[in-house]
Each structure stands twice: as C-alpha cells, then as structure tokens.
Write a protein that binds this ligand. Structure first.
Ligand code: SAM
Ligand code: SF4
Length: 333
C-alpha cells in the first residue's frame, strides 16, 4: 500500500502517535496522580502487544512515521523491550521515542541504543534530592540520575521534561537550565496542566510560558531565540556558549494547536485527537470486534477528519468539562 500524507480536516498533517502502554506508575508526581494512586485498569483492559503492533501497522500504512511510547511509566509494563523490538521493525515507522521517569530504565539503555531509539524524554523536575522526593513522593532520585548519565554516555538524544510548579520547584529552574552548560541536552520547562486525577487545578495558572521565559531571561540576559523544529510544541532558546538548549512548552496556554501533528492512544485504548478531548474513538473495542484492518482504517480516518480546531474547543466539548479528573498517567503526556 502506498503511503500518502495524512491530513486532518483543518489541513494539519498527522504523522505522530503517542501511545500510553500502561496507566501504572512507580512514582506519584503530585501534578499527575493523587498520593494514593488511581484505580488502575485490569491488565486485560490494556491493549495487548499484538493489538498495539496491529494498530501501529495500520497507522503506519496511513502515514504515521513517528511513535512515542509513554504511560504511566512504560518500563512498569512487563516485557516492554519485547514490544520495542517489534515496533522498530514495522514498515514506515522511522523514529521511536520514549518518555520515562528513569527509575527502571538504566538496564535497558544499551539495547535501546542498539535498536536505534531516536530520543528519550526523561522527566526530572528538580536536581535536588529532597525536592525530588516531595514532588514524586518516592525516593528514587539516584536511579533517575543514573539513567540520565547512561543516556548521555550512550549518546542517545535526551530531553528533560520539567513541569514548572508554583511553590515547588521555581528554585530549580536555573539549576536545571545549567545542565545544558556541559551537556548537549534540551531542558524543556512545561506549563502545569490540569490532569492530576484529583479534580482540582489553580483557577489561574501563575507560571505561564511567558513568566517562565521572563524568569530565564532575567538570569540569562543572553538567552536567544533559536528556530523551533517543525511541529514542535516547544519554544526553543539557547544560552550563548552552552552545549544544550532550553525549551518552553505552553501546554496549558495551548499556543501550538495550529500545527498539531499528533494523536494519542490512552492506556485504556482510546483515541484522542487532542490532548484536551475526552476520547473520540474506542480503539480497543474496534480492534477486538473485527479482524478486518480496512474497517479499523475507516474508523480512524473518520476521527482524523472530525478533529477539533484546538485544545479550548476540545475542553468545551468534554462531557465533564473537567480535565482535572483525568490523570496524565492514563493519557501519557
Ligand atoms: N512516567 C513517564 C514520565 O513521567 O516521563 C511517562 C508518562 S508522564 C504522564 C509524561 C509526561 O507528562 C512527563 O514528562 C510528565 O512530567 C508530564 N506531565 C504529567 N502530568 C502533567 C501535568 N499535570 N502538567 C504538565 N505535564 C505533566
Ligand atoms: Fe508517573 Fe510520569 Fe505521572 Fe510521574 S508524571 S506519576 S512518573 S506517570
């Protein structure tokens, strides 16, 4: 089958799938999950590896070229490496990326390198051990830093994801940015979004992308705008003389919807064509109800052709109008 560019009803190319392989996690980052955790899905409610492989094969035939595995914590899913070994062989898939908290990742880094992993996003909101434990409610700082060091040693492109949180890690913004002095990494500061599974969020977000930028600019007067990669959700900056770069992601302000090239499949096997929607297609049911890939393809295409314009429209259309009841660990970020 020939692959053409997949384009949505607003003329935006779609080529990127983010897939949450589990909703389970070994950390409890307070902006993502309540302390007591969420009610995890029974394992049979997750897509099986065979179903994921089938779905990615169909999507690759439709024009998806880039995959990101996320979660929950992807490495909490038993035998994740088996799935990764399969995905890299699917025709049409050019890049495989991972988002991980780094707790269980280190032993798999040499194989990830051998398999040609395109990049790893490592979540790290602080480089202060005590604050790490306050934010994640777990004492796993050393394991995460070991993963960071090994990723660098193996020359795997690394992006650090740091959620910026009032009264939690503002003092960490500069120390995190300082990682880019010696290391060719991208440190991305992310606006906190309302997906914490608690049903609560600030009425007004204090640390917006503008404020994060002003904070960095005050500390680094030479901070310079550099070109953003195509479809990037992050505004990219460089500090003169530093090896890496800085990103700022307006995830709550939603400035990037006009070029959104991504779709998501949640841990429960639901398609989201916008991060802020509450699911537009039950893919798990679809895959389990038919062995005919053309039926799957047609349903997917219908969803791609009725995408909302932006995250504000998606939020308005939600049945609950309340993203905060959802945990990011089921969506995948
Ligand atoms: N467990 C993995 C990790 O933490 O990297 C992958 C899943 S996690 C849900 C994916 C990304 O979503 C992480 O970088 C995390 O920081 C981000 N995230 C989670 N909740 C968020 C929120 N409320 N606002 C902004 N980013 C959030
Ligand atoms: Fe787990 Fe990632 Fe959510 Fe933290 S952000 S609780 S590591 S899924």
């Amino acid at each position: 089958m020939s692959v053409s560019t997949l384009v949505d009803n607003h003329g935006r190319p779609i080529n990127y799938l983010r897939l949450a392989v589990t909703d389970r996690c070994n950390l409890r980052c307070f902006y993502c999950m309540p302390e007591e955790g969420i009610r995890y899905l029974p394992k049979k409610e997750l897509l099986s590896f065979e179903e994921i492989e089938r779905l990615i094969t169909v999507l690759a035939q439709m024009g998806i070229t880039k995959i990101r595995l996320t979660g929950g914590e992807p490495f909490v899913r038993t035998d994740l490496m088996k799935l990764i070994r399969k995905i890299v062989t699917i025709p049409g898939i050019q890049d495989l990326h991972l988002t991980t908290n780094g707790v269980l990742t280190a032993p798999h880094i040499p194989e990830l390198k051998d398999l040609g992993i395109a990049s790893v996003n490592l979540s790290l909101d602080t480089i202060n051990r005590q604050r790490f434990e306050e934010i994640t409610r777990r004492d796993e700082f050393d394991a995460v830093m070991k993963t960071y060091d090994l990723l660098l040693q193996h020359n795997i492109p690394v992006k650090i994801n740091a959620v910026v949180m009032e009264e939690k890690n503002i003092d960490d913004i500069v120390p995190l940015a300082e990682l880019t002095r010696q290391h060719a990494v991208s440190v991305r500061f992310i606006e906190e979004m309302p997906f914490n599974g608690e049903g609560s969020h600030y009425p007004v977000l204090h640390w917006t992308y503008k404020k994060i930028h002003a904070h960095l600019q005050a500390h680094y007067p030479g901070l310079t705008k550099i070109p953003d990669p195509e479809f990037s959700t992050s505004y990219q900056y460089a500090i003169p003389g530093y090896a890496g770069n800085i990103g700022i992601i307006a995830a709550f302000s939603r400035t990037f919807c006009g070029t959104c090239n991504r779709i998501r499949v949640t841990a429960q096997g639901t398609l989201k064509t916008c991060l802020y929607d509450d699911g537009v297609l039950n893919i798990k049911e679809l895959l389990r109800s038919t062995g005919d890939d053309s039926v799957v393809r047609e349903s997917l295409m219908r969803s791609f052709q009725s995408r909302v314009k932006d995250g504000f429209e998606a939020e308005k259309k939600r049945k609950d109008h309340q993203p905060a009841h959802e945990s990011m660990s089921t969506i995948g970020g």
